[in-house]
Design a protein around this ligand. Structure first.
Ligand SMILES: Cc1ncc(COP(=O)(O)O)c(C=O)c1O
Length: 398
């Protein structure tokens, strides 16, 4: 139970205002303008009467760090204010969020449906870990709604999808996913990490749970690992109870950094949307680029749906170099501002060749079978000057 009075969730205010003030309580401890870091592992009871009142849910307060911390609660409430959710729950990573949610919802003998292009560790968790506990999973094509429906079994309980996806920025029709889930009594989960609540709010379309790797845009500075899951108070309460057992909580210092990152999320994402669009357009016209994947480009297969359900197309752009693995590596090695690293969504622009980063352990044939080409490059566009980034890429390609 929360120790802090819940902030007034003013959903009428614009996203920029919610990013600064959403979830924050007033007045704050010590008259500070920022939310303090409650660096404590446990919380003190005045006397036995207060302890008993807490156990009987008669008072609102913290008990032990694994069950919650005031800084973490504010981060959760701010995420909920941005996403338009009743409640939110913060974790030590995006993977802690997805695994805890699935452990909460699923029982032995049940079945999970995932769309292809889902984050590969999510797929790995479902196939390798849940499989050992008697929970089966099937992977279905993201844009084949008939195949999704055909794969539903009587024991199917969860439908997980992602939009836009990594690395091809494929887009799922959120309304159709929510409709399929509702008609078949499934819990729908969307990993909205690439979109952020600034560009897309899946709950508005009837999705049950929205997940973010807060490591990416929400924190935004490549200095925190975190995850959040958002949805109805009932669902979040049950996942919170499971988190208290599994232990993947966001620590107070990381929660403070997440709160700080969230305050600038709208301005960062708007800049990244604009910058990525210009970079995608430049790449589309470059003779050494064979193909560009960005859902903001009109010829992207997901553009029409993205334009309908997103207010911006995000900061990730993928493209194929005209050339083989080695020639593509030369382009990656040729940039000076973009840095070679996994992850995305931070202020620093990053570049990677998925064949040599996330999919290194697979052979070229195995990579091709799942659609990862040797000449594919993924960019995470940061906050540097757009003209400088374009000049950097042009120089490497030329
Ligand atoms: C789309 C997506 N979802 C989930 C995750 C997992 O998040 P984390 O690395 O914070 O555990 C990632 C990480 O790259 C991701 O890209």
């Amino acid at each position: 139970m929360s120790a802090t009075p819940k902030a007034t969730p003013d959903r009428q205010k614009a996203l920029a205002t919610r990013a600064i003030h959403g979830g924050e309580t007033r007045p704050r401890a010590g008259h500070a303008i920022t939310t303090p870091i409650f660096q404590t592992a446990t919380f003190v009871f005045r006397d036995t009467a207060e302890l008993v009142a807490h156990m009987n849910h008669e008072v609102s307060r913290e008990e032990y760090g694994r069950y919650g911390n005031p800084t973490q609660r504010i981060a959760e409430d701010k995420c909920a204010a941005l996403e338009g959710a009743e409640a939110g729950l913060a974790f030590s990573s995006g993977m802690a969020a997805i695994t805890t949610a699935l452990f909460t919802i699923l029982r032995q003998g049940q079945h999970v449906l995932l769309t292809d292009d889902c984050y590969r560790r999510t797929r790995q968790f479902c196939t390798s870990v849940l499989g050992r506990f008697g929970i089966e999973s099937s992977v279905v094509p993201i844009d084949d709604y008939a195949a999704i429906e055909a794969a539903i079994r009587p024991e199917t309980r969860v439908l997980i999808s992602e939009s836009p996806t990594n690395p091809y920025l494929r887009v799922v029709d959120l309304e159709r996913i929510a409709d399929i889930a509702r008609r078949h009594g499934l819990v729908s989960i969307i990993d909205s990490t690439f979109a952020t609540p600034i560009n897309q709010q899946p709950l508005k379309y009837g999705i049950d749970l929205v997940l973010h790797s807060a490591t990416k845009y929400l924190s935004g500075h490549n200095d925190v690992l975190g995850g959040v899951i958002l949805g109805s108070e009932d669902m979040i309460d049950s996942i919170r109870a499971c988190q208290g057992v599994l232990g993947g909580i966001l620590d107070a210092h990381a929660a403070y950094l997440l709160i700080r990152g969230l305050k600038t999320l709208p301005v960062r994402v708007e800049h990244q949307n604009r910058s990525a669009q210009r970079i995608a357009e430049m790449l589309a016209g470059h003779p050494r680029v064979a193909r560009v994947y960005y859902c903001g480009l009109p010829d992207h297969p997901g553009h029409a749906i993205a334009a309908r359900q997103m207010s911006g197309f995000g900061g990730v752009v993928s493209f194929e170099v005209s050339g083989d693995l080695a020639e593509t590596s030369r382009v990656v090695d040729g940039v000076r501002i973009f840095q070679i690293a996994p992850s995305l969504g931070g202020v620093e622009s990053l570049i990677e060749q998925p064949a040599l980063m996330s999919f290194f352990e697979l052979s070229s044939e195995e990579r091709l079978a799942i659609g990862i080409k040797d000449n594919l490059v993924r960019l995470s566009v940061g906050l540097e000057d757009t003209d400088d980034l374009i000049a950097d890429l042009r120089a490497a390609l030329d």
